[in-house]
Design a protein around this ligand. Structure first.
Ligand SMILES: [Zn+2]
Length: 107
């Protein structure tokens, strides 16, 4: 692994492994801008997909999950939220823009 000047803490990225690039189909990875804002970026160097703002996309995904699994969502502790999402979803694919998310549910 090459050194990263500001390595993002992977535990702060709720959608790591779940968020899929809409262009090339690769899982987007945690990253951070020069100012420290959290993002998800496509790992494919040839892919020109723009970075996705992490807090915004996580809020959207949480809201969608909560609407679908309300009973589970309300009793899931903060540190188990990612596990709960992985239990419910196989992928969240980014569409024509990061706000257009396609959810692939397990049920
Ligand atoms: Zn891509």
């Amino acid at each position: 692994m090459p050194p990263d000047p500001s390595p993002p803490d992977p535990d702060r990225y709720l959608l790591r492994g779940l968020l899929i690039c809409g262009t090339c189909g690769e899982p987007m990875r945690p990253a951070a801008t020069a100012t420290g804002a959290r993002t998800y970026v496509c790992p494919t160097s040839a892919c020109t997909w723009p970075a996705v703002p992490a807090a915004d996309v996580e809020q959207l995904a949480r809201a969608r999950y909560t609407a679908r699994h309300e009973a589970t969502a309300t009793r899931t502790p903060r540190d188990r939220r990612r596990d709960a999402l992985v239990d419910a979803l196989t992928a969240i694919t980014v569409g024509v823009s990061w706000i257009n998310l396609h959810y692939t549910w397990r049920d």
